[in-house]
Design a binder for this molecule. Structure first.
Ligand code: NHX
Ligand code: ZN
Length: 638
């Protein structure tokens, strides 16, 4: 049996086992529509003389009784009649349901005799209608079959086309090598091994070494996973076949699986080769999760992928590389030995990586004196390679627009704001709104400056960018791989500084703090449920692994604990708000000065801020400790 596919809208087809319910619905509807067409044909089309005047049954009865009826033609199995009177007039009539037998008896027994013709109305005036009546249902069935088969067939043709279209190797595109991959040294080291195998498979197999079949590159978007995979192929000088996971999820059932087959067939033919599948999570999402249309199709594709991976011999010289930024949602079957044996983290670059990346992307972009790769690297903690590329490109665009010959710090700064917060937006604001925004941002800035564990405030602005009407940019001084409890607490207070300032100044806060509040809530909740930073202790509440589609009631704690989690979260937020309130009311004059400066200049950088902050003495802010006291036994050890 062939695969049955069905096009149109988002309906995605099905597999051998059966047609999925949406498709079944549709076919049912089509059949229903056809059935009603047939019925219409039977009822009206079959009426061979619609142009004849009609008699009611009572009238007909009376005519028969009066001996005025010459003949009656009866459609077989039907209750429709054509009546001919003695004076040659023709009428049509209908026998009411249940009266047929009685009527026929009446006609047979009638005096004078009435000719009763029960044949199919071949004698009717329009033989075409007879043809229609017998042929039409057949024809319609044929049409139906042709339509359905046509769709399948059409699907197949398109399938072929689709497959051919998307599958391609890197021919024509510039060859990439490891030298082109900056700031991902660990991943390069890991992948070097793969290149060696591809170049010299015999040496490995002679020693009985098992070469990984599959390599999974995982890490945030923009960290260069695709580039790495290309570089492996470039280094080894082997063809590179690539598809994106989303290419596998097509509207035609079976296309995904077909593409997987094609991909592996092609690669095997050209071996040694590298197959690269980007966004593998699109197909490789764990089965049974996140249902909806196309799920069956996706699972079929995933199964095909697993089959191919198990089926190919590593000695064939084909290596399968996949990339994802959601390794946590991948189907466990993909990660089993013999499949993605090797998993390589491709993380956001550290300062050294950023230096290398910035150097790569600054090539051909003349930097003004005083601007260095070093400052770019230091100013961009948390940036991915793609972010840095974007930053330098924006800076170059800006410089060109400003008719400069070199990229200077001002352009880099503006580009940085743009990359971080989005493009500037012009808003028509009332005086009151400008004040509100200014105080909100001043609140963030002042709390951020006063609390000892906040990142230094780099810039504050009331110029709208992206989604934000105003923003405060705090930049970490150094790269950080984790945060401390105090840093999280101060960050929460800083985030609430905006709202608290609004309350303090206007006593009527706005909806504007929604994003701040969302972030504060997320931090507080994570502190309680993930980081063990509350009175509930170091325990994981809720399922680990961050399964996106995990239903919320899947909690691993009791209702009672749920309440305590909410309470602990609330306490953390409450305390952060109280701290923000305390520092802001304590330094109200400075808050006013910052807000005024914002209203006047719209954007103020760290240098101007430092001047405004000089009024503040040395800041010491003490937080009462909420860590439970150490046990006596432990204290005794000291
Ligand atoms: C609105 N925007 O939604 C208007 C247009 C309080 C002065 N009716 O906290 O701009 O109110 O410190 C990412 C970033 C929503 C996602 C910012 C989603 C902002 C921003 C709402 C400043 N700065 N709020 C801030 C703000 C708003 C919003 C976001 C987002 C305001 C505040 C947005
Ligand atoms: Zn805010």
């Amino acid at each position: 049996m062939g695969r049955m596919g069905y096009v149109e809208g988002s309906v995605r087809g099905s597999t051998l086992g059966g047609v999925n319910s949406t498709v079944r619905m549709r076919i049912l509807l089509v059949l229903l529509a056809l059935a009603s067409c047939l019925l219409v044909v039977q009822t009206f089309g079959g009426d061979d003389s619609p142009q004849l005047p009609s008699l009611t049954y009572t009238e007909l009865d009376a005519q028969i009784d009066l001996g005025l009826v010459e003949s009656v033609q009866m459609t077989q199995g039907s209750t429709r009649l054509i009546v001919e009177t003695v004076d040659g007039e023709r009428y049509r009539a209908v026998i009411p349901p249940g009266f047929a037998e009685q009527f026929v008896r009446g006609v047979i027994e009638a005096e004078p005799q009435i000719r009763l013709d029960t044949l199919v109305n071949t004698s009717g005036p329009n033989p075409w209608l007879v043809v229609l009546n017998t042929v039409a249902p057949l024809a319609l069935m044929v049409i139906l079959v042709v339509v359905i088969l046509g769709r399948m067939g059409g699907g197949r043709i398109s399938k072929k086309k689709f497959r051919k279209k998307t599958l391609h190797d890197s021919e024509g595109s510039k060859e990439v090598t490891f030298a082109d991959v900056a700031g991902a040294d660990e991943a390069v080291t890991e992948l070097t091994e793969i290149r060696e195998f591809l170049n010299d498979a015999d040496r490995f197999s002679a020693l009985g070494a098992k070469i990984p079949k599959g390599v999974l590159l995982y890490g945030p978007p923009g960290t260069g996973k695709t580039l790495l995979a290309r570089a492996v192929a470039g280094e080894a000088g082997v063809p590179f076949f690539t598809l994106s996971g989303s290419d596998f999820v097509e509207k035609f059932a079976g296309v995904g699986a077909g593409r997987v087959r094609d991909l592996f067939d092609q690669a095997r033919k050209d071996a040694p080769a590298i197959i690269f599948v980007d966004e593998i999570d699109a197909v490789g999402r764990h089965r049974g999760g996140g249902g909806g249309a196309g799920n069956e199709e996706r699972e079929q594709t995933l199964n095909q992928l697993l089959v191919e991976m198990d089926g190919f011999d590593v000695s064939s010289g084909v290596i399968f590389i996949a990339a994802t930024n959601r390794p946590d949602i991948l189907d466990k079957a993909l990660l089993r030995p013999g499949r993605f044996d090797r998993q390589i983290a491709v993380d956001i670059p550290d300062i050294n990586g950023r230096r290398q990346i910035a150097a790569v992307h600054a090539e051909g972009k003349p930097l003004a004196p005083g601007v260095s790769i070093e400052t770019i690297a230091r100013r961009t903690p948390g940036f991915t390679g793609a972010d840095i590329a974007n930053l330098l490109n924006e800076a170059a665009l800006l410089s060109a627009r400003r008719n400069l010959t070199h990229i200077s710090q001002a352009e880099l700064d503006d580009a940085l704001d743009r990359v971080i917060a989005g493009p500037e937006k012009a808003n028509t604001l009332s005086e009151k709104e400008r004040h509100t925004i200014a105080y909100h941002e001043a609140g963030h800035a002042l709390v951020g400056h006063l609390l000892p564990n906040c990142d230094p405030i780099h810039k504050v602005s009331i110029i709208a960018r992206g989604k934000a009407l105003g923003w405060t940019l705090a930049l970490p001084e150094r790269d950080r791989v984790m945060k401390t409890q105090s840093e999280l607490c101060d960050e929460m207070a800083m985030l609430l500084g905006g709202r608290v300032a609004e309350e303090l100044i206007f006593r009527d806060p706005t909806t504007g703090a929604s994003n701040d509040i969302e972030r504060v809530t997320a931090i507080a909740r994570s502190m309680v449920t993930e980081y063990g930073m509350s009175a509930l202790g170091p325990q994981r509440f809720g399922r680990s692994g961050g399964e996106v589609y995990a239903p919320t009631h899947d909690a691993n704690y009791s209702d009672d604990v749920a309440m305590r989690i909410d309470e602990a979260t609330h306490q953390l937020i409450d305390r952060a708000a109280a701290e923000a309130r305390e520092v802001l009311s304590l330094h109200r004059p400075v808050l006013d000065k910052i807000a005024d400066a914002l209203i006047e200049h719209e954007t103020i950088g760290h240098k101007e801020l430092d001047v405004l902050f000089t009024d503040l003495g040395p800041v010491t802010f003490r937080r009462e400790d909420f860590t439970p006291p150490l046990r006596q036994e432990v204290l005794d050890l000291r």
